[in-house]
Design a binder for this molecule. Structure first.
Ligand SMILES: Cc1cc2nc3c(=O)[nH]c(=O)nc-3n(C[C@H](O)[C@H](O)[C@H](O)COP(=O)(O)OP(=O)(O)OC[C@H]3O[C@@H](n4cnc5c(N)ncnc54)[C@H](O)[C@@H]3O)c2cc1C
Length: 554
C-alpha cells in the first residue's frame, strides 16, 4: 500500500505489544533462518507514513465498525487464533492441550506463558496429527535441551524441558505414510535428532495401486514416503535403555480420551480406532474410515495438532463452514453466496482469508492479490465516495484509545502481564498502571525523558525546517492502554531568538517495540537489554514522534 500510494498512511494494529504474528509465536525457535524475514517486516514501519500500534485488539479495544469509520480502507489479517476440536469424549481432561497452545508456550506468547504443560509426571506424550506443526512439537519435546538452549526458545519452556521426563512420543495420523501431511525438510529434521529411536510399522508402508498413483502425482509425498521407508528399516529393532523414542502411528483415529483412575480428571491415554482408506474417491482424495478395532495408547500428555481456526469479530461476515471471511480476491463479501455484494473498503488477507494453511511466502502472494484488489477499487472509483472525504485515521484512533472508558476497560481486566524495562516484572494491569506512574517519576527516567524531548525537538525541526532547541522537560504521561504512547510536555526556544522566550511543546512519542514479554531478546538486539527504555526509543525504528506546537509559555 505504501509503495502503490504515495499519499497513503498505514497503521498496523496488533492485539499483542509485538508485531510479526506467527513468525514470532509459531515458527519454531530452532528455525532462526525462517525468522530472518522479520528484518524485512521491520523495514515497513520505518516508512514515516506507517505506524505500528501494539496492544490494540480489534473487537475489544476498537470495534470493526469504528475502524471502518476512521479509515478509508481496513485490511483484516488477524490470522487463526483458535483451534479445531475433535468433538470426542474427554477432550477437556487435564493434560490435553492444542498444539497451538504448546507452541505459543515455548515461543513465549503472553497468552500461554502460564500454560505449564505437565512434562514431569509422565514419560509418554501423544501428538494427534502428522503435519509440520506436529513435527515441530515432537522435535521440541525430543531434541536434546542443550541444543535448544542456543535458540531463542522462551526461558520458562527451556527450564521445563530440561526437567522433562518425556521419553516416548507417538505421532498419530488417520491415514498412511503416503498421505502424511508434512514436508520432507521437517521430517528429515525430526528423523535426524541425535540418538533417537524411530519406530514405524513396516506393514504400514505397504502401498495400494491408488497410493502408487498418488505418489506419482506428488513429488513432496514421494520424498516423505521415501524418508519414512528408509527410517523404518534403518536403526535398531528396540530402543536402548533410556533412549528417547518417536513412534509414527499410522491408520489410527482418536476415539476418546481416557481418564486416569488415580488422578481423576487427568488424561491417562487415548483410545484410537484402526482405520482403512476408502479408495473409491480416487488418488489424492482417499479418506480414512474406522474399522471398529480399538486400542489404547497410554500417555500423560496429549497435544492435538489438528488445525487452527479463525474467529470472527462483531460485524464481520464469516463463513463458519470454511472458517474464513468470505471474499473475492481479498474483497470481503457481505454474504458467502453472492459475489456481487461487497463490504465497501473492507479487505482480508492471510490465514483469515484462505484458512490456516500455507507458509510465510504464501501470505506474500495472498497480500499482493488483496492489494491488487484495493488498487483496482481505487482506480475504478469504488472507494471514491469515501476517499474524497477526509477520515480521522491515526488521530481518530489515538483519540478513541485515549478515552477513559477504554482505560477503565484496561484496568478491569485481571490478567497478568509481563513487563520488561527494568528487569522482569509480572503484574496485573492495575499494578502496571501504578508501575508506569512510578516509572515516570524516577530520576533515571526523567533523564531519559529529557533526551526524548530533545529528540522530539529535532524531529520537529526537520519537519518544519525550524531551529528550536530543547530547554527543559515539563511532564509526561504514558497511556497505559497500550503502554507505549508517551505524551511529553517540554519547553524549547528558538535558537537565535532575541527575546529567548521558551515555547511549550507537546510530543506524542510512540514506541511499538517496548516489550511486555518474557523474551526481549527474541527480536531485539543486545542494545535493547540495557533496560533503559528511552535508549531503546532512540535506537528503534518504530519510534514515531509527532510534535505539535501548542502555544507560548508564560
Ligand atoms: C506452529 C507453526 C509453525 C510454522 N512454521 C513455519 C515455518 O517454519 N515456515 C513458514 O514459512 N511458515 C510457517 N508457519 C506458517 C506461518 O506462520 C503462517 O503462514 C503465517 O504466519 C500466517 O500469517 P497471518 O498474517 O495470516 O497470521 P498470523 O501470523 O497469525 O498473524 C496474525 C496477527 O494478528 C494478531 N491478532 C489476532 N487477533 C487480533 C485482534 N483481535 N486484534 C488485533 N490483532 C489481532 C495476532 O497477534 C498476530 O500478530 C507456521 C505456522 C505455525 C502455526
Amino acid at each position: 500500500m505504501l509503495k502503490a500510494h504515495q499519499g497513503a498512511e498505514v497503521d498496523i494494529i496488533d492485539r499483542l505489544p509485538t508485531p510479526f504474528g506467527l513468525v514470532r509465536s509459531g515458527v519454531a525457535p530452532d528455525h532462526p533462518e525462517t525468522k530472518i524475514v522479520t528484518n524485512q517486516f521491520s523495514r515497513v514501519p520505518q516508512n514515516e507514513r506507517c505506524s505500528f500500534f501494539g496492544n490494540v485488539s480489534i473487537g475489544s479495544s476498537v470495534s470493526l465498525s469504528e475502524l471502518r469509520e476512521m479509515y478509508h480502507v481496513v485490511v483484516l489479517a488477524y490470522g487463526a487464533e483458535s483451534d479445531r476440536i475433535l468433538g470426542i469424549p474427554g477432550e477437556d481432561l487435564a493434560g490435553t492441550h492444542s498444539a497451538r497452545e504448546f507452541v505459543w508456550w515455548y515461543n513465549g506468547h503472553p497468552d500461554c506463558r502460564n500454560l505449564a504443560p505437565d512434562l514431569k509426571s509422565t514419560d509418554t506424550a501423544v501428538i494427534l496429527g502428522q503435519g509440520n506443526v506436529a513435527l515441530d512439537v515432537a522435535r521440541i519435546l525430543l531434541r536434546p535441551t542443550m541444543e535448544l538452549a542456543t535458540t531463542d526458545i522462551s526461558s520458562h519452556a527451556l527450564g521445563a524441558l530440561e526437567e522433562s521426563r518425556i521419553r516416548k512420543v507417538y505421532l498419530v495420523g488417520r491415514r498412511g505414510p503416503v498421505q502424511a501431511a508434512c514436508t520432507a525438510k521437517e521430517l528429515r529434521e525430526v528423523l535426524g535428532i541425535k540418538d533417537l529411536y524411530i519406530h514405524i510399522q513396516e506393514a504400514d508402508l505397504l502401498k495400494t495401486p491408488t497410493d502408487e498413483e498418488e505418489l506419482k502425482n506428488s513429488r513432496i509425498q514421494r520424498r516423505v514416503y521415501e524418508l519414512l521407508s528408509k527410517a523404518a528399516v534403518s536403526g535398531h529393532s528396540h530402543p536402548s535403555s533410556g533412549q528417547r523414542e518417536l513412534h509414527f502411528v499410522f491408520f489410527r483415529k482418536p476415539d476418546r480420551f481416557i481418564d486416569s483412575d488415580d488422578r481423576s480428571g487427568h488424561i491417562a491415554g487415548v483410545r484410537v480406532e484402526k482405520t482403512m482408506l476408502k479408495e473409491s474417491a480416487g488418488a489424492g482424495k482417499q479418506i480414512a474410515v474406522g474399522t471398529g478395532q480399538f486400542e489404547d495408547l497410554e500417555c500423560g500428555l496429549v497435544l492435538k495438532s489438528i488445525g487452527y481456526k479463525s474467529i470472527p469479530v462483531d460485524g464481520l461476515p464469516f463463513d463458519h463452514h470454511k472458517g474464513i471471511v468470505p471474499n473475492a480476491r481479498g474483497r470481503v463479501l457481505s454474504n458467502t453466496s453472492d459475489l456481487t455484494q461487497l463490504e465497501e473498503g473492507l479487505y482480508v488477507c492471510g490465514w483469515l482469508k484462505r484458512g490456516p494453511t500455507g507458509i510465510i511466502a504464501t501470505n506474500l502472494y495472498c497480500a499482493e492479490e488483496t492489494i491488487a484488489s484495493i488498487n483496482e477499487d481505487i482506480e475504478k472509483g469504488v472507494l471514491a465516495s469515501t476517499s474524497n472525504m477526509p477520515k480521522p485515521g491515526r488521530e481518530g484512533l489515538l483519540q478513541l484509545l485515549e478515552t477513559i472508558h477504554r482505560t477503565e476497560n484496561y484496568c478491569s481486566k485481571d490478567e497478568r502481564i509481563v513487563l520488561f524495562g527494568d528487569g522482569h516484572h509480572e503484574m496485573t494491569r492495575k499494578e502496571h498502571i501504578q508501575y508506569l506512574k512510578q516509572w515516570m517519576t524516577s530520576e533515571e527516567r526523567l533523564k531519559n525523558l529529557n533526551k526524548l524531548s530533545d529528540l522530539a525537538v529535532k524531529h520537529y525541526n526537520e519537519k518544519s525546517n525550524s531551529k528550536y532547541e530543547f530547554v527543559k522537560f515539563v511532564k509526561a504521561t504514558v497511556l497505559p492502554h497500550r503502554g507505549f504512547l508517551y505524551h511529553i510536555t517540554f519547553e524549547a526556544k528558538e535558537k537565535d531568538a532575541v527575546d529567548g522566550q521558551s515555547i511549550t511543546f507537546q510530543a506524542k512519542v510512540y514506541d511499538g517495540r517496548k516489550l511486555w514479554d518474557t523474551e526481549p531478546d527474541r527480536f531485539l538486539d543486545s542494545d535493547d537489554r540495557s533496560g533503559h527504555v528511552a535508549d531503546v526509543l532512540f535506537e528503534k525504528t518504530m519510534l514515531k514522534v509527532t510534535p505539535t506546537l501548542c502555544g507560548k509559555a508564560n
